[in-house]
Design a protein around this ligand. Structure first.
Ligand SMILES: [Zn+2]
Ligand SMILES: [Zn+2]
Length: 316
């Protein structure tokens, strides 16, 4: 369902929350899944957007003061009490609330967020360059870590997340093989420009078996393809929140200790780790900018694969 522009009452920060004047908000495939009803929103009408960059206007959190530059990620709140929160897996919190899904998000001029779950951001880069780090970067980074250090690393779907994680992996000294939609020469050239050693269609066999693979595209049929392209012992990580059905595949594709797993959400530690990595080695963030009023165009361009890198809404 297309988004509708509306004037709503300014949000007010509750206890431990901050009010943020938004500068930019990244557009994520999850936003499309929510808009399409493939994922159920916590409430309707809902303001989408979970890669928010802005400045604190009003603070009821002891973490932030007015004027601070701040980033709001996908995980808006965790309970701190369930067995997952207690074991360092707050990404799996049974009562977690999510930005732009349970809580109104960043396709707006103002948002409120829980201070404990926001990230302090350095000055310097543009809001629009920082926004894609908040989901594509942070959850992509978690997926990379869960895949282990296998080499070469296969990336399936070369969008916002892969274009960042490709650069991280290359700087770790790994070879990246990028798989795109068959025939998408433009995305393959984009991947090579960011350091990928090989780029081809997802239907092509890579020049060498993969030591690890991340699947960013929401296409279940890629799972057996990635397993088939992977060497024994390799881990294949499905990095998206939603995927079309995974077709049946012969057990021999999983045999020899290949591991197939998903990644869900992020912990605050994942976010801090990505920001620390970026501070040491700035990434080239490729964005296509849209004013807030053109959010529907951004979503449709993302759906059609008409842009390279990340789509970002800007509020100025
Ligand atoms: Zn996202
Ligand atoms: Zn919890």
């Amino acid at each position: 369902m297309p988004l509708r522009e509306a004037t709503v009452r300014d949000p007010e920060p509750g206890l431990a929350e901050v009010l943020i004047g938004i500068g930019a908000c990244g557009v994520c495939r999850t936003d499309l899944h929510l808009a399409d009803g493939e994922l159920r929103a916590g409430h309707l009408p809902l303001i989408l957007g979970h890669q928010i960059i802005g400045r604190v206007q009003e603070s009821r959190s002891d973490q932030f003061a007015p004027g601070d530059r701040i980033g709001v990620p996908w995980v808006a709140w965790t309970c701190g009490a369930c067995r997952f929160c207690h074991s360092g897996a707050e990404n799996l919190c049974q009562r977690a609330r999510f930005t732009g899904s349970d809580v109104d998000g960043g396709y707006a001029e103002l948002a409120v967020a829980h201070g404990e779950h926001c990230f302090a951001l350095p000055e310097g880069a543009d809001d629009s360059e920082l926004a894609p780090l908040l989901c594509a970067g942070m959850i992509g980074y978690r997926a990379l870590r869960l895949a282990g250090d296998g080499d070469p690393l296969g990336l399936y779907g070369f969008g916002a997340a892969a274009h960042l994680i490709c650069q991280v992996a290359v700087r770790e000294g790994r070879r990246v093989f990028a798989f795109t939609r068959p025939g998408d020469a433009e995305s393959q050239a984009f991947a090579r420009s960011l350091g990928a050693a090989w780029a081809g269609g997802s239907d092509e066999a890579p020049p060498e078996l993969l030591g690890a693979a991340l699947i960013f595209a929401a296409v279940g049929a890629l799972v057996p393809l990635a397993l088939r392209a992977s060497d024994r012992g390799a881990t294949v990580v499905c990095a998206g929140i939603h995927m079309s059905d995974v077709p049946a595949f012969p057990y021999e594709l999983l045999w020899q200790e290949r591991v197939l797993r998903s990644v869900a959400n992020l912990t605050r530690e994942d976010g801090r780790a990505l920001l620390a990595a970026v501070a040491e080695m700035p990434l080239r963030v490729t964005t296509t900018l849209y004013p807030l009023s053109r959010a529907n165009a951004a979503l449709e361009d993302l759906r059609a694969g008409r842009l390279q890198g990340a789509a970002v809404l800007t509020m100025e």
